[in-house]
Design a protein around this ligand. Sequence first.
Ligand code: PLP
Length: 383
Amino acid sequence: MTAPRETSSLFKAMGTESGVKYLAEARALEAKGVDIVHLEIGEPHFGTPQPVIDAGIAALRAGATHYGPPAGIPELRAALARDATHELGVGLTADNVAVLPGSKLVLVAILIAYTDPGDEIMYFEPGFPAYGAVARMLGRTPIAVRLAASDAFRPTREGLERAASSRSRVLVANWPSNPIGTVLRPDDAAMIGDFARERDILVVSDELYRGLEFQPGTSLFAAIGDPARCVLMDGFSKRWAMTGWRLAYAIGSVEIARAIAAVATNTITCATTFSQQAALAVFDGLGAWRAGMHGELQQLRDTAVSLLPAALKADVPEAGLYLFAKAADPDSRALAARLVAAGVATMPGAAFGGDGEGHLRITFSVPEQRLREGMRRLADALP
Ligand code: PLP
């Protein structure tokens, strides 16, 4: 038998989302028949809107089972441009849009197209772990910019300046935030825009949770208002409950959209054709569905906040699917492992880096009775 092959240094450097390991323990317990309430999941529990499902089935029946253009089908690109122009107030056409089967590919393509090995990729921590992993797997240098718990996790110009150097090329920002649950303040958006312009840095604004705000926030893409300076990383996963359809998109300057499509040509070829056809249905009278999901989510958020055990302290989430709670125990991985043994899975804050340690991310987008049961188990397990 051939000996196991040595993996590359970039693969070894990449790392994996560190929540994954102990979730295997939750699955192992479930295989033995133990009931676990899953409050660690990173997706809405809502079903995809029925008109989207119907459109997907109709598209399959009509033969949308072939390759499509690398930048996405023209109708979807045009619809996304119209929608973003309307919602974000930035003038856009279909040529500004590149459709991809997952938003992380926006960052992959941007780094391939606009950075060289050794260039520095900045991103805020605590934050979504994929940003650093993508930078590392491509041989770029990841630079975490600390969001301090003592500053309510708000970005500061000092923090950005301390982290930046002459090799800084890209800054990834994510508001509404996973895992913190905050929206972006207008003055923070202006500060980030000034920083990027003064240092000639390309911003990637991950706005996957836009539309799920419970209080007004600012879109960084809209605030910067220059698609050559700030690329929108977005998708259908969260606000349309379509995680399994694998459909995301980038909006940037025409040149940036073209560069992303060129990377798509050589990697994924194109996003799934029938998923794109199905997604067109969200632009056709689904306002009531969206408002319904939003209302239910807000109620679940309020339920989670009201049932939070005294041992956990959290600000009321301003947006998204998560409550980010400070625990008395400073070791969030050990705490999360203890909680799994008590029948409730949460995400250890350490998985998100920086000041995330000492916190737990608790997903409130779960059916209400399960949420109540999960919060009860948390309260029982935490003295
Ligand atoms: N960005 C953030 C902040 C996320 O939380 C997620 C998923 O959890 C993604 C991007 C990736 O979403 P998708 O791969 O479904 O586009």
